[in-house]
Design a protein. Sequence first.
Lengths: 352, 352, 330, 330
Amino acid sequence: MTRDFPYRELGTLSDPEQHLSALAISGRDTERLLRQLRDMLLIRRVEEKIGDMVTAGMIVCPCHLGIGQEAVAVGVSEHLRATDRVFGAHRSHSHYLALGGGVYPLLAEVLGKLDGCSKGMGGSMHLHDPAHGLLGTVPIVAGTVSLAVGAALAARKDGGDSLAVAYFGDGAAEEGVVHEAMNLAAAWRLPVLFVCENNLFSSHLHISLRQPSDRVARFAEAHRMSAMTIDGNDLLAVSDATASLVAGIRRGEGPAFLEALTYRWRGHVGPREDLDVGVNRGSDLALWKRRDPIRRLADALREAESLQEETWQAMDRAVLEEVETAWRRADAAPYPDESALLDWVYAGGAAK
Amino acid sequence: MTRDFPYRELGTLSDPEQHLSALAISGRDTERLLRQLRDMLLIRRVEEKIGDMVTAGMIVCPCHLGIGQEAVAVGVSEHLRATDRVFGAHRSHSHYLALGGGVYPLLAEVLGKLDGCSKGMGGSMHLHDPAHGLLGTVPIVAGTVSLAVGAALAARKDGGDSLAVAYFGDGAAEEGVVHEAMNLAAAWRLPVLFVCENNLFSSHLHISLRQPSDRVARFAEAHRMSAMTIDGNDLLAVSDATASLVAGIRRGEGPAFLEALTYRWRGHVGPREDLDVGVNRGSDLALWKRRDPIRRLADALREAESLQEETWQAMDRAVLEEVETAWRRADAAPYPDESALLDWVYAGGAAK
Amino acid sequence: MTRMNYGTAIRAAFMHLLDHHPEVFVIGQGLWAKWYVGNSMTDLDKLYGVDRIMDSPVSESACTGAAVGASLCGYRPIVVHPRVDFMLYAMDAMVNQAAKWSHMVGGQAHPAVTIRGIVNRGGEQGAQHSQALHAWFAHVPGLRVVMPATPADARDLLIASVLCDDPVLYIDDRWLYDLEDDLPPVVERPLELEGPELLRDGSDITLVGSSYTTQQCLAAANGLAERGISAAVVDLRVINPLRAEPIIASVRKTGRLLAVDGGWRTCGLAGEVIARVAEAVHPAELRALPRRLTLPDAPAPTSKPLERIYYTLVDDIVTAAADLVKEAAR
Amino acid sequence: MTRMNYGTAIRAAFMHLLDHHPEVFVIGQGLWAKWYVGNSMTDLDKLYGVDRIMDSPVSESACTGAAVGASLCGYRPIVVHPRVDFMLYAMDAMVNQAAKWSHMVGGQAHPAVTIRGIVNRGGEQGAQHSQALHAWFAHVPGLRVVMPATPADARDLLIASVLCDDPVLYIDDRWLYDLEDDLPPVVERPLELEGPELLRDGSDITLVGSSYTTQQCLAAANGLAERGISAAVVDLRVINPLRAEPIIASVRKTGRLLAVDGGWRTCGLAGEVIARVAEAVHPAELRALPRRLTLPDAPAPTSKPLERIYYTLVDDIVTAAADLVKEAAR
Ligand SMILES: Cc1ncc(C[n+]2csc(CCOP(=O)(O)OP(=O)(O)O)c2C)c(N)n1
Ligand SMILES: Cc1ncc(C[n+]2csc(CCOP(=O)(O)OP(=O)(O)O)c2C)c(N)n1
Ligand SMILES: [Mg+2]
Ligand SMILES: [Mg+2]
């Protein structure tokens, strides 16, 4: 069920029958594109594996897969440094991996193992990898957006030109705290990049059933910050927009907002494609799969003869092998000790 | 302390040296204007009395005076019916009186007396007068805005063309729930008029210290609702804008937003003019007093020879007499019984 | 008699309310989804239309406030929060506005709103998707708080909550949804008359539970009976305002109290039960120190082995109760 | 020794922190006003600059969240909420985020944020401007909750809170601001070592208070002494995690407990104190039923005569304690 609503403002960006062609990569650094292709592929294969293992009953914790949305995190992360501070939400495997987080700690985390990036205390919905700049992802919708603004405040106090990133969704934009956070960032001119992955859905509900317009960046404009709305399935568009917004932030021009239009291929939670079918995602989904961000980059590289079929196959095999190896290790890894339950409530352990 | 901030968007509206002349009333209904003049005067005299009685130690509860802002409530209320549902906040004496609420129940309430509009259980910050459409005013900033949206939902369910009104301030626009409420109203196309009394201050802080722009209606525009920003010290501007927005709402066009630029003459709370002087309201205040909404209407009526000096004096005397009589009665009225403390926690009394 | 489970009993309550009370409508997240609130609201949108079953934006605060507002205009809205955790965004509407409204306006208006908060935990969901904060709400005057433990109560207390003129927080637990029972036809009863009930009498110890822990107490009572221990079970049902008389009466008889609660320990509901008993039952009538079983004072973990030790099991109740009975009689 | 009152002692703590700990800064409403937070922060903006004393928009939720975020980046922010009531908008940041963060990430990061919630009531302010919700927060694992009763604690526990690596809710009460004392120089002490303290020993009854009610208990103990009743007074100081040993030790000695709290009754702090004692003190050691004095379970009224009966007075404590002591010894 979607609805005719007064302000359909995304134009072709929300039309799955547009923006299907291979990306225009001429003049771009091929090495980098190949690396980014691999990054996207890795994210996809990891999430597919997670999906399979949920189906198999090996993974119990709720997993929100972002398959189809890989270009956003990869395109954004390209412009971040380890000193930048990133926050995510419930659908953040891609944010974690694109920043350089390891596959093994992710899978171990999803299994609740001690080697997990959150020591097994969080599962899929709570990822933590400060070494790569990821301060945290948690599943309360919009819960980390104001935290990112605080990290931006910290960055300004530190001096230098580090920034903070808040990833959130079109649904999260309905939480009041996002608007408070945007106002704080704008009033205080803080170095924070708001990245809204607009996948048109908040669980089963299309944005037309939740907001008067489909374009989320209008809120950022109201807060008088630089905002761009782009095709989130186009790695180059994400990357270019991020480059320009991040440069402005690092120059001290205050917060900026990136709206990346994309689409998730699986249900809201778990691996099933048909979970949300009751709300007619069914027909659109097939179309959106043709707007695959990975295929569009791979096609471009192929057309430019920068990617041979066998290189592609080898890349995929290597990725799959990496994922499988990590999975086997994670599966065999130990759980946290029972004492973890009380020891990590307060700093310094249960004794205190 | 104010601040240079990037978006000064109110133009002359925020300039106290502009918009000083008498209102242009030609072609308007003189009877109505005289009635509205009296309404504004009554609000002012009641609030002055309350201020005096706070100073005298006769009133204890916190009183937020809106002296200087009288044109907003009077101009808005003109277009409301008893079946419309109005909500206010901490500075709501004018909202109550402009809807037709009695002086005696207001003063009794401020004194915590049983005859008060809230039976003495609320004081100045909690006014309730459903007979005139006022469902409630409470002091948690932004606390009633979503309630008004719910009243609008109720109005739509009722059928008919009643609407709801939410009064709030420029400071309240910083509370996330206001943005959630605007989105709900816009997504569901509910008959609600958001009235933002932008007096440039949230307690001691000028809007330039809190928001990137001084124009609050930009948020309503982001929510894609009809919005107007007008001189809130011009009764005719308030009235005309309200007329047009209310007509749209009653025609079923969904929510609308009125931003009325105004200024309060007293401190944030209590009668003192100099309460907020530490933040340099001092110099502006003298200028703003010249933009007195009452004087501007009175001058216009005088110029049009529709108001003789003696009528004006008589009007004021009558108003003052009404206020004094009500005060004496309220002062002598009884307090609620001690049983009220527990009896009104739940419907049906303490026994249940 | 109709066979229902706890989930379908909730659905039956919605149907009864929507059929007979035109002023009832529902706002909440996931009401048009097949999977959001288990089997407790299946297809209600189709049966009653999307104007009465309103799925909503992700705006807990405004949705709750809107329901409060509509309740002041003659409606009886129900707001559904699929998890109690999400409701933390709605504290102002619930606690500052709804709970205080009647008092603030001198009893002249009552927000007849029902807030349904679902406890949904386990399954490695972790700290932000597992909370049971009923003790918070029992602390708030003006807010009635209801926690049904049986399919019959799941249905009838929801109806009573919605028909009550006060704001009510109705808390149901997804761990109970499959529990079955035969239910008589609906009778509308005033919520004001409902309170804790002795579900099972006994002479050695009083077990007090609410919602899911009541069912655990009943199971534990069976286990204890096998060991020759006669346990009474009191189901709290309505935890605010809390009427402690049935608990006190039972403890006077058994001399022993074990309060079991699905929330945290400190300033929790089990502590309140102990306090009520301690204030009222003369020490000489007590045969053992009162005890409580609660969650440990820690956020919910995700990891399997930690989840296992985090939640109270029926065996824990049996063991604790048996220990209390064994304690040197005095 | 320096003479200070509770309000200026808080200010001294801010100055100590800002002088010696560059990672400390403050966000809150009214910090640049002359009148918002009493005398507790006068001119700090002038002394330390508006970058470290940040007055804020009316955005409790985002301001609190921002402080949590900054605390994850090596800072020790303090968020000031001029009224506990306003803090209800910030529940997610405090309870879902800050309190759970360390646990959720396996103890690898700690939000060293301090949230200062001021209890500001009386003066006919009414239901939304009077709340004392400390029992809620004592219920939340991961959040340390501090309630100073004396000028020395007002200063030293604020310092300890801010230097603690955990999220801390520091609650001060405006009714205490004029209370004076002579204070020794600051010594930084770890908050983990702080807990309830016996402020006055006695043999007939144990009075337990926190914050303002501790001062009332001390005054009541004087009144009781005049009647020949020897009352011990325990000041809770840190209510989460709550260490009950000093209370239990005192009740073991006096055999009687009167818990006095400035919050509501049901599921409140006084009930928790009674529960801890009931769980630990053998009935034979009790000479009377434990009792509590709290607010009645009603929102705060505004009307003068109702305010008068709403709040507990020292006389109420004296009377209740004397009654307990008079109760037939057993
Ligand atoms: C406060 C809160 N409300 C509701 C939920 C349930 N919920 C989880 S994810 C989600 C949808 C969020 O949509 P969006 O922000 O667009 O992110 P997406 O899932 O599309 O990535 C909802 C409603 C939640 N986790 N937290
Ligand atoms: C939730 C909440 N936060 C803070 C306050 C304190 N406070 C009372 S009024 C006010 C200023 C509000 O400013 P605005 O909305 O512009 O209204 P005005 O006072 O100018 O009429 C503040 C901050 C409050 N009452 N409630
Ligand atoms: Mg989405
Ligand atoms: Mg204002």
